[in-house]
Write a protein that binds this ligand. Structure first.
Ligand SMILES: [Fe+2]
Ligand SMILES: [Fe+2]
Length: 168
């Protein structure tokens, strides 16, 4: 059993991950509208990763005999002033998610929810990678490089989001 406090927080996090999915989809649309297809493809994949994160939590709750509800995801509009603003919004969002998982790790320790620690640890590691990736992209867009040329330097998304359901 997982404590009710942590169960509630994990359930809310499903909504945050689905909102992150929408946010990345909006960023992908922003780039797709400017024919920056490499950038768009990167953010479409990033959106899929976030959906994977939501499913990973759904699976974890199901394994612990909880039927999670699916929270509403936030609407996301592709109306960024420029590419720097779009990528900066991703950096900010990833930092927020990191604090959400840090708070859940604190709850897990407080409530002796040891079974949730590996899952939360996996997500915290994932956040280190995602913050680093978005930080690098932010530097790239701020460098003033032509965004079409910059597509050569886009990082390959890591496999984090594809592991949904592996019960890590
Ligand atoms: Fe995520
Ligand atoms: Fe993320």
């Amino acid at each position: 059993m997982i404590s009710s406090t942590l169960t509630k927080a994990l359930n809310q996090q499903i909504g945050h991950e689905l909102s992150a999915h929408n946010h990345y989809l909006a960023i992908a649309v922003y780039f797709a509208r400017r024919s920056l297809d490499g950038w768009a493809a990167f953010f479409y994949r990033q959106a899929e990763e976030e959906r994977g994160h939501a499913l990973k939590i759904v699976d974890f709750l199901l394994d612990h005999d909880v039927a999670p509800f699916i929270p509403a995801a936030k609407e996301a509009r592709p109306n960024f002033a420029d590419a720097i603003e779009a990528v900066a919004s991703a950096v900010k969002a990833e930092r927020t998610v990191t604090t959400q998982f840090e708070a859940m790790m604190a709850i897990a320790h407080q409530e002796n929810d040891y079974r949730a620690v590996p899952l939360l640890h996996w997500f915290l590691n994932e956040q280190i990678e995602e913050e680093a990736t978005m930080g690098k992209l932010h530097d790239l867009v701020r460098s003033g490089i032509n965004l079409f040329q910059a597509q050569e330097y886009l990082p390959t998304p890591h496999a984090g989001g594809e592991e949904a359901g592996d019960g890590a």
